[in-house]
Design a protein around this ligand. Structure first.
Ligand SMILES: [Zn+2]
Length: 251
């Protein structure tokens, strides 16, 4: 098997893409350069934000009363980021931040959205990634959102008799052609974001409630340079891409 074939094939630009993430700012830290590149190439991109980040403050003065206010603020920040990236629609599911589970309810809701928007590509995280180096334990919400998204793509979205209440409500099955998984230890596809890293950084900076005075530009450039260096790219985002284009045999 030629493991390099994805490097040499013509670049895949989805007509429609759905980006699914747990928190406001996840998308901007990880895949925003790719989404902006696709938008510039003519894609229609939608974002699904599963929680509204209402646990995203450790200020001692802030209590439980602050959570709805913080969620509203973070949705405003996320919508501003999406607007900069050219994302057409942002959908907030408003699950509680920090308590996300990959439930059947969440899988069904993501299935409904996939059947509604009919993306060629879904972009999400890696549900298997727990440890990054020695310094970062992956947030369980990230893994939960990614797992629900993964199994919404396959088998739920494309299988007619899974979630038949969706079918009865008019949501016909839809087959997603490619699943783009970021944060994987087994990346096999590198998207050139040299032309969109600036808008990625600008979009990330819209999450002011999370960044405070910190300027993320240097770190984002270092990450993207590291991903690109072995692939002839100044700046890149890395993915494991699952290709789901074969027709299922009739059964
Ligand atoms: Zn997050």
């Amino acid at each position: 098997m030629d493991y390099n074939f994805r490097m040499t094939e013509k670049e895949f630009i989805p007509k429609i893409a759905l980006s699914i993430h747990a928190h406001p700012d996840d998308q901007e830290f990880t895949v925003a350069g790719t989404l902006a590149r696709w938008v510039q190439a003519g894609s229609t991109v939608m974002s699904v934000i599963v929680t509204s980040g209402d646990a995203g403050s450790n200020e001692p003065a802030r209590g439980v009363d602050y959570k709805p206010e913080l969620a509203r603020l973070r949705e405003i920040e996320q919508s501003a980021a999406c607007s900069l990236l050219g994302i057409q629609e942002t959908i907030y599911l408003r699950y509680p931040d920090g308590e996300l589970e990959p439930t059947m309810e969440l899988r069904k809701e993501l299935t409904r959205l996939i059947r509604k928007y009919k993306p060629e590509a879904v972009v999400t995280g890696d549900p298997q990634s727990v440890f990054y180096g020695n310094g970062y334990i992956n947030h369980p919400d990230h893994r939960a959102a990614a797992q629900a998204a993964l199994y919404a793509v396959f088998p739920s979205a494309e299988t007619r008799l899974i979630f038949t209440d969706l079918l009865e409500a008019g949501y016909e099955p839809h087959k997603v052609k490619r699943l783009y998984v970021h944060g994987s230890e087994k990346s096999d596809t590198w998207v050139d974001i040299s032309g969109t890293i600036d808008v990625k950084i600008s979009a990330l900076k819209k999450h002011a409630s999370q960044l405070g005075d910190w300027d993320p530009a240097q770190m984002i450039c270092e990450w993207a340079a590291e991903e690109g260096k072995d692939h002839g790219l100044q700046y890149a985002e890395a993915f494991k891409v699952m290709i789901n284009e074969q027709e299922q045999p009739e059964s």
